[in-house]
Design a protein around this ligand. Structure first.
Ligand code: ZN
Length: 180
């Protein structure tokens, strides 16, 4: 049975740790953790989630882009577990866009990220993958990857003036939606 896991909140020291490489992909507990991470991301309207966010300090995250209440314009993809991920190369172009984080509820920040990255990771069946990610999916990868190194998106902001509330953000991206 999959279950939705409790999310560590900013201030919890687990979010500031360097996560450990995964070396037990065949372990049923690890496969269950992947299922639970996917369930947690879906339930909380996340487009990605990293293991340290549920207090499991391993180099593993889910990228699960799809349109939802928190990111209405996200592209759709199958939730993908990326294990021991690495960034091999990146574009020189940097783009800024709004990010939020399940560990930092209620606010959004305008975060600079590489527009394109070439990445390597192991999938949950043990296969090695190398692929190029661009735009929103590249952004998700970079955000989740930071969690494995003890960083949150706030650490990437150029200015505290690039922080807005979730309510303000939703009014900007959903101008026709009433908040009342
Ligand atoms: Zn996050």
């Amino acid at each position: 049975m999959t279950e939705s896991l409790p999310i560590a909140q900013l201030g919890n020291s687990i979010l500031r740790q360097q996560a450990q490489p995964v070396d037990n992909l065949g372990d049923q507990r690890l496969q269950k953790l992947i299922d639970d991470l996917i369930a947690t991301a879906v339930e909380s309207n996340g487009v990605g989630i990293a293991a340290p966010q549920v207090s499991q300090s391993y180099r593993l995250f889910i990228v699960a882009s799809r349109p939802n209440l928190r990111y209405p314009h996200a592209p759709t993809m199958e939730p993908t577990a990326m294990i021991n991920p690495r960034i091999i190369a990146h574009s020189s172009e940097i783009v800024k866009d709004w990010e939020g984080c399940l560990c930092v509820p209620g606010i959004r920040g305008l975060v600079p990220r590489f527009q394109a990255i070439e990445v390597e990771y192991t999938s949950r069946d043990g296969q090695q993958h190398r692929q190029e990610l661009t735009d929103f999916v590249a952004r998700i990868f970079q955000h989740e990857y930071d969690h494995l190194d003890g960083l949150v998106f706030l650490d990437r902001l150029e200015s505290t003036r690039d922080i807005i509330t979730e309510q303000e953000y939703l009014q900007r991206v959903l101008p026709t939606t009433s908040c009342h």
